[in-house]
Design a protein around this ligand. Structure first.
Ligand code: PMP
Length: 292
């Protein structure tokens, strides 16, 4: 598997370790780097598991709110990193806001601090903005990847970590030896041997995403945020997202409601699917807004 991924990424196979989904990658990283003396710095709102694993390992989470357009507040993160025992979790493209972090911002964190910098690239294939090239240069950078999103293999549970050889050797010390089934590895291998299909699928999703974004831009009462992932985040202006969420649910349309998350009030997120399914959802949202 490492050899196949190495060929796919054009990176040495000793810079890769394979995990049971990106979530196990996060578990492994937290086992090595988080204990009760650790401050975990999280750029919020973001994927909830970074906070959960910090708590499981007894560490302390420091949330740094994103700036306008959900841009990571690098100045504030740098100011917050005062002592050595820090780990920073970044997500690019970020779940659920869809925006990417700038390479130069990550380089600042890597060069101006001693912290471990984790960049979760679960959705990166939809953006093409990877930071993997930096793992040759910086030992404190850890990149998480997965077959769950662009490769459509969420149920197979295959992810991987890319970092320097030194970092991979360290992470391998705590990696469970038998957490991946041969069946899952075979599925991931099939996907890597059919990159043309995978890439066609990515192109299709990106195209649909932009079509959905344009459609929503023409509905009044709702804003859509630019996204480089396979989902869109939308914000309602004059109606509670809880109401929309429940009305959609009644029609069998399941989206994610973020109304109770700081910075995402009145926001819903939905995954991009095929044209017909996307139209059903968008028309339902449009109708609800017309009636309420
Ligand atoms: N990171 C992010 C940002 C995610 O959204 C997810 C999926 N919810 C994961 C990691 C976990 O993915 P996996 O299925 O590979 O464990």
């Amino acid at each position: 598997m490492r050899k196949s991924i190495s060929k796919y990424l054009n990176i040495r196979d000793d810079q890769i370790t394979v995990t049971n989904g990106a979530d196990e990658g996060l578990d492994i990283v937290s086992k090595i780097f988080i204990d009760k003396y650790t401050d975990t710095i999280i750029s919020t709102p973001t994927y909830s598991y970074y906070n959960i694993i910090t708590k499981i390992m007894g560490g302390n989470t420091i949330s740094i709110s994103r700036k306008e357009k959900f841009i990571d507040d690098i100045e504030n993160i740098l100011k917050t990193i005062k002592k050595k025992n820090n780990i920073v979790f970044l997500c690019s493209p970020n779940n659920p806001t869809g925006n990417c972090i700038k390479q130069k911002s990550v380089i600042r964190l890597l060069t101006e601090t001693d912290s471990i910098i984790v960049v979760d690239e679960a959705y990166v294939e939809f953006s093409g903005n990877s930071l993997i090239n930096l793992t040759n240069k910086y030992d404190n950078l850890i990149i998480l990847r997965t077959f769950s999103k662009a490769f459509s293999l969420a149920g197979a549970r295959v992810g991987y970590i890319v970092a320097s050889k030194k970092m991979i050797d360290l992470l391998n010390k705590v990696r469970p030896p038998n957490s991946l089934s041969v069946i899952s590895l075979a599925l991931a291998d099939i996907a890597l041997n059919n990159l043309e299909n995978v890439n066609d699928n990515i192109k299709f999703i990106v195209n649909e995403r932009e079509k959905c974004k344009n459609f929503i831009n023409n509905i009044s009462g709702v804003n859509v945020f630019p996204s480089e992932a396979n989902f869109l985040l939308i914000k309602f202006n004059n109606i509670k997202s809880d109401i929309i969420y429940n009305l959609l649910l009644k029609q069998g349309l399941i989206v994610r409601n973020f109304n109770n998350i700081k910075g995402l009030e009145n926001c819903l997120r939905f995954g991009i699917r095929n044209s017909q399914e996307n139209n059903i959802l968008l028309n339902a949202i449009s109708e609800i807004l017309n009636k309420n």
